[in-house]
Ligand binder design. Structure first.
Ligand code: ZN
Length: 492
């Protein structure tokens, strides 16, 4: 029985027993969203993965400082080398301040994370709020000799770094292969080598988001913000750094290099990466026409979706795969997941109605040990869920009077399901799916009353008509007579 949390460390490529730097405390950093578009499925997977980790660490009794940044500088994904700032471009097209664009999508992200019942992080720093810290890291890297200035920009010197440290240790890439696979320099390039990446970039005249520095008016390179904010809030050495697998190279590889260059040592003890989501077996992307926003999933408003899927269905579906496996979204899989979750939540309700009687036909401690063992095995939520479903069969059988359970076991079972279903998996009772029905029944009832009011008016029964309007108004309804009948809304 493994009763210690083991996590797969991408850096060592094996599962390791988790030991925090400071007893009882965990520093956790996760790369957050780049806020220049609506929150989509790709945002949900790391959010759910690291929410599960955050919840589980806290459940184990750790005090966790969870830092998840907002990338709002809007530079290009890889190198910030060419092209227009994405946020600035969006701002120009929509005639908004860049920070308005940032705020719109930050709000959208938060709204969707809340729907998915993702706990807010302890600190949510913004890249634009940490320009000074980023400049400080650049100065340290320059001082250590691992960066150079070129035409107002500062580049990280990958070649120089790789003489002292293994560049590519996280992604498993070899510097020789990387060199062979990159284009030859055309002589115009500011970089000494194509592998070098900008840590400060001089802004082109049209670039709106820019800050003053002694090198130029410019902006920091993307990889740098996480090094600066991670070390600011968690220290130059901290426990866990997470993110999507697509970030291992170049982003996290660059973070490791920057930290070693600036601080002289590895900054992170455990690197954790969630795998990607696919849709009907395909990678998702705007260019592929299959990037579905979370809003579209929740209201079913997309041609690839047969129905709306509740945030809890999406969340539960993600938990039915271990975070390091790929997860393929399809209508069939989501519908099956929806049914499974309903069965699980129903069993939790049934549990409340069960009466203890006689001997137990269920080994609650054994079931509990299995669930924890699964979680301790690199957050293997699908295995824990499978064990919970084994328990569901027994719960239903006890409810049917075919089996019995003792008082102590019933208490233990209720606690186990409450911890796993609600505290750790973060599922919420499906008031939503109920409320779709409730809503339509409610709307139907109000419409019926207003229909009766119209009939009363036709019959010149002004007393009844006014009574219906006044009573509904008292309840907070705003009723308008329109050309074709009526319109109403419930004022909040
Ligand atoms: Zn990052």
């Amino acid at each position: 029985m493994e009763n210690q949390l083991q996590i797969y460390n991408t850096l060592s490529r094996k599962k390791e027993v988790f030991k925090p730097i400071n007893e009882g405390k965990v520093g956790l950093y996760v790369c957050g969203p780049t806020v220049y578009g609506k929150a989509h499925l790709g945002h949900a997977r790391p959010a759910v993965t690291f929410d599960l980790l955050f919840r589980y660490l806290q459940h184990l009794g750790y005090k966790v400082r969870y830092v998840r940044n907002i990338t709002d500088v809007g530079h290009l994904q890889n190198d910030a080398d060419e092209g227009e700032d994405k946020i600035a471009k969006k701002a120009r097209l929509d005639e908004l301040e860049p920070m308005e664009v940032v705020q719109i999508y930050t709000n959208d992200y938060h709204k969707n994370m809340q729907k998915l019942n993702i706990l807010p992080p302890s600190i949510e720093p913004r890249a634009t709020g940490h320009i000074l810290e980023q400049i400080e890291v650049i100065e340290k890297i320059l001082k250590a000799g691992y960066a150079y200035e070129s035409k107002g920009s500062i580049y990280f010197d990958v070649e120089k770094y790789s003489q002292d440290y293994p560049y590519g240790e996280l992604s498993g890439r070899k510097i020789e292969d990387l060199q062979a696979n990159t284009r030859e320099l055309d002589g115009q390039d500011e970089k000494h080598s194509p592998l070098d990446f900008a840590i400060w970039k001089k802004a082109a005249p049209e670039h709106i988001m820019r800050w003053k520095s002694k090198w130029s008016d410019g902006f920091p390179g993307w990889h740098l913000e996480c090094t600066a904010m991670g070390s600011k809030y968690l220290g130059e050495r901290f426990d866990i750094h997470g993110g999507g697998m697509d970030l291992t190279f170049p982003h996290h590889e660059a973070e490791i290099a920057q930290a070693k260059a600036a601080f002289g040592h590895q900054a992170v003890n455990y690197w954790m990466h969630n795998n990607m989501v696919t849709l009907n077996g395909q990678k998702m992307g705007k260019s592929l026409g299959n990037a579905i926003s979370l809003d579209e999933f929740f209201d079913g408003n997309h041609e690839l979706l047969e129905q709306a899927y509740s945030p809890m269905t999406i969340r539960f579906f993600m938990l039915t795969a271990q975070y390091r496996s790929t997860l393929d979204f399809s209508n069939e899989a989501l519908q099956a997941s929806e049914k499974g979750m309903e069965r699980l939540l129903k069993a939790v309700e049934t549990l409340e109605t069960i009466k203890a009687k006689g001997q137990s036909s269920i080994q609650v401690t054994d079931l509990s040990d299995k669930c924890y063992a699964a979680m301790n095995d690199d957050l293997n939520s699908p295995v824990a869920i499978a064990h919970l479903f084994d328990g569901v069969k027994i719960i239903n059988s006890i409810a049917d009077g075919k089996e019995t359970i003792s008082e102590a076991d019933l208490t233990g079972l209720k606690k186990l399901y409450s911890i796993f279903v609600f505290d750790l998996f973060g599922l919420q009772k499906q008031e939503d799916s109920g409320s779709v029905d409730n809503n339509s029944a409610f709307e139907g009832a109000v419409n019926l009353l207003l229909q009766l009011r119209m009939e009363a008016k036709v019959n010149k029964d002004w007393g009844t008509a006014d009574k219906i309007r006044d009573e509904l108004a008292k309840l907070g309804f705003d009723i308008k007579d329109t050309k074709d009948g009526f319109d109403w809304e419930l004022k909040k």
